[in-house]
Design a protein around this ligand. Structure first.
Ligand code: NDP
Length: 487
C-alpha cells in the first residue's frame, strides 16, 4: 500500500482514531514511509565506517552520467553503479538530431563520450546492480547484486524506465521485440508490425524500413500521438504504412516463431489475424523504481516524486533524476539536465550537514574501492563461429552447454557479455559457456531460429532445453543457469 492510500485511510477513520490516535498514526506513517524527519548526521563519526562514498549514483544513462560528472567536478568521490543496462535507453537509439551542439550523432556515441568524460574526471564505475537500499539509516546502505555493501552519504537515483509490455498471449515468442535497433537486421525482406503511435513507433518503423519488406504501424486509436514533424518523416518511406483503430489481442506463432497478430478491427468491430513475422513494441515505458517502493514516495504511475523545483525525494539526502522521475518530457537531454540539478542538490546537502571536501579527503582510506570489489574468476568462454564448432563442443561437453548469441550492434548484448563471462567462471566443470556472434555464425543462427539478440540457448546432451531472449545481470544469469542444473 502506498503512502497516499494510508493517508486517505487515516483521514477516513479520523473519528474512530481520535486526536491521540491521529498523532500516533501520522508518526507511524512517517517512520514507515521515510518521510523527512530531523536526522542526526554524525559526520565526525564517519571514520569508524568502511566502504563510504560521498555520492553514489544508481544508473548510468544520461541522467546518471551527468550527475556523476558534476559530482566529480565538485571534488566529491563519486561512484556510479552501472546497473543492468549500462548507458540506458540512449544506447538503443540510432541517430539523434536534437542534441544541441551535435547536428547528428548516434545515441551510443553520446553515452560513450559522457562516460569517458566522467572517467576522465575520476568517477568510478561499478559493473553491478543494486539489490537493496536502506534509507532509514545514515549513511545510507546500498547492497549490490554481487554482495557489496556501500555506505552512501548521498544517493542519486537515475535508474530510468523500461519499455512497456502489452501483456497479451504470445508476447514471449521469439520475433517479438522492443528494440528495432537491436533486432531489425533479423527481419530482412520480412513483413513486420510496429505497435504504438508515439515518437518511438516512428523511430522503430524507420529503423525497420532499411531491412524489412514492409512495416505496418498499428495504432489503437484513430490518430497517432507522435509529433507532426516525426509523422512527416514517415512520408519518405514508402515501405511504411499506418493502420488505425487496430488493437492487438494475441501474438500468433508456430512453435517459437511469430506468424501473425490477432487484432480487433474497431471500424469493423471484428477480430482478424494479420500476417507478420516480427512484432515491435513501442508503447511507452515503465519507470525502474520497484526497488524504492515503500522507501521513498512514488506517484501512482511508479515515478519518483520530487519536491518543488529540486531533485530531492521524500528522503533528505536522496535525489532522483531522469526518466525514473519524469513522465512528461522523457528526453535524454532533459534527463541530463536533471542529473546536473541532482548533483548540485547533493552537493548542497553535503555542505549543509558539514561534510566539507577537506573532511572527505581525511576519509580516503574509508572509501569504497571498486578494485576491492569481489570479482569472479573468468572462465575461458568458447567462441563458436559455425555449426561445426557447436557440434564439436557438444560432443566433448559432459553436461549442460549454454550459447549466448550477441551482435556488435546490440548494446544490451555487449553489456551482458562481461557478466556472462564472470558467471561462467562460477560454473567451471559443471556448465560449458560459449558466445556466438550472430552476424558471423549464420548457419547456427538459422539452425536454432535465433531471431533476436541477446539469445541464450541451453542444451543438454545436444538437445535444446531452454531459450531466453533478454539481457540479464549476474544474479539473473545465475538463477537462469541453476534452474537447468536442478532439473
Ligand atoms: P508514448 O507514451 O508517447 O506513446 C505510446 C504509444 O503506445 C501511444 O500511441 C499509445 O496509444 C500506444 N499504446 C500504449 N499502450 C498500448 C497498447 N496496450 N496497445 C496498443 N497501443 C498502445 O511513448 P513513446 O515511447 O513513443 O515516447 C515517450 C516519450 O519519448 C515521448 O515524450 C516522446 O516524445 C519521446 N521520444 C522522442 C523521440 C525523439 O524526439 N526522437 C523518440 C522517441 C521518443 P495512445 O496514443 O492511444 O495512448
Amino acid at each position: 500500500m502506498n503512502k497516499d492510500k494510508v493517508i486517505a485511510m487515516i483521514i477516513k477513520h479520523k473519528n474512530i482514531l481520535g486526536i491521540s490516535g491521529l498523532v500516533v498514526a501520522m508518526c507511524v506513517l512517517g517512520a514507515c514511509f521515510g518521510t523527512k524527519a530531523a536526522r542526526e548526521y554524525d559526520v565526525e563519526g564517519l571514520n569508524k565506517i568502511e566502504n563510504i562514498r560521498p555520492i553514489v549514483v544508481i544508473g548510468s544513462g544520461p541522467a546518471g552520467l551527468s550527475a556523476a560528472i558534476y559530482g566529480a567536478r565538485a571534488n566529491r568521490s563519486t561512484l556510479v553503479i552501472e546497473g543492468n543496462e549500462p548507458g540506458g535507453l540512449l544506447t538503443k537509439t540510432t541517430t539523434v538530431e536534437n542534441w544541441p551542439g551535435e547536428v547528428s550523432i548516434q545515441g551510443p556515441d553520446i553515452v560513450k563520450k559522457m562516460r569517458e568524460h566522467a572517467e576522465h574526471l575520476g568517477v568510478d564505475f561499478l559493473t553491478d546492480t543494486v539489490q537493496d537500499v536502506d534509507f532509514t539509516q545514515w549513511p545510507f546502505v546500498i547492497t549490490t547484486g554481487d554482495g557489496e555493501t556501500i555506505h552512501a552519504l548521498t544517493v542519486i537515483i537515475a535508474t530510468g524506465a523500461n519499455p512497456r509490455k502489452l501483456n497479451i498471449p504470445g508476447e514471449e515468442l521469439s520475433g517479438v521485440s522492443a528494440c528495432a535497433v537491436c533486432d531489425a537486421p533479423f527481419f530482412k525482406n520480412e513483413e513486420v508490425a510496429v505497435i504504438g503511435g508515439g515518437d518511438s513507433a516512428v523511430e522503430e518503423a524507420i529503423q525497420l524500413a532499411s531491412f524489412a519488406k514492409s512495416v505496418t504501424i498499428l495504432v489503437r486509436g484513430k490518430e497517432m500521438r507522435a509529433a507532426a514533424s516525426m509523422q512527416d518523416r514517415l512520408k519518405e518511406y514508402p515501405k511504411i504504412s499506418i493502420r488505425y483503430n487496430t488493437k492487438p489481442l494475441e501474438v500468433v506463432g508456430d512453435g517459437d516463431k511469430v506468424t501473425g497478430l490477432l487484432v480487433h478491427n474497431v471500424d469493423k468491430n471484428a477480430n482478424e489475424t494479420l500476417p507478420f513475422s516480427g512484432i515491435f513494441l513501442a508503447i511507452g515505458h515503465i519507470p525502474n523504481s520497484q526497488l524504492f517502493e515503500g522507501k521513498i514516495d512514488l506517484d501512482e504511475g511508479g515515478y519518483i516524486k520530487l519536491h518543488g523545483r529540486s531533485q530531492e525525494t521524500s528522503v533528505e539526502g536522496v535525489f532522483a533524476a531522469g526518466d525514473v522521475e519524469d513522465h512528461v518530457y522523457r528526453q535524454a537531454r532533459v534527463a541530463e539536465g536533471s542529473g546536473v540539478k541532482a548533483a548540485l542538490d547533493a552537493e548542497n546537502f553535503l555542505q549543509k550537514i558539514g561534510f566539507s571536501t577537506a573532511r572527505g579527503a581525511q576519509l580516503k582510506s574509508n572509501l569504497f574501492r571498486v578494485d576491492r570489489a569481489h570479482k569472479s574468476p573468468h572462465a575461458i568462454l568458447h567462441v563458436l563461429e559455425s555449426a561445426k564448432d557447436f557440434d564439436e563442443l557438444v560432443a566433448k561437453a559432459q553436461g549442460i552447454v549454454i550459447l549466448d548469441f550477441y551482435a556488435d550492434y546490440c548494446p544490451s548484448c555487449l553489456h551482458m557479455l562481461p557478466a556472462y563471462e564472470a558467471v561462467a567462471g562460477e560454473y567451471v566443470g559443471q556448465v560449458e559457456f560459449a558466445k556466438v556472434n550472430a552476424e558471423k555464425a549464420i548457419d547456427l543462427v538459422a539452425k536454432f531460429y535465433v531471431e533476436r539478440v541477446p539469445c541464450l540457448l541451453v542444451f543438454s546432451n545436444g538437445k535444446l532445453i531452454g531459450r531466453y531472449n533478454q539481457a540479464m545481470d549476474k544474479n539473473e544469469l545465475r538463477e537462469f543457469v541453476n534452474q537447468f542444473l536442478k532439473s
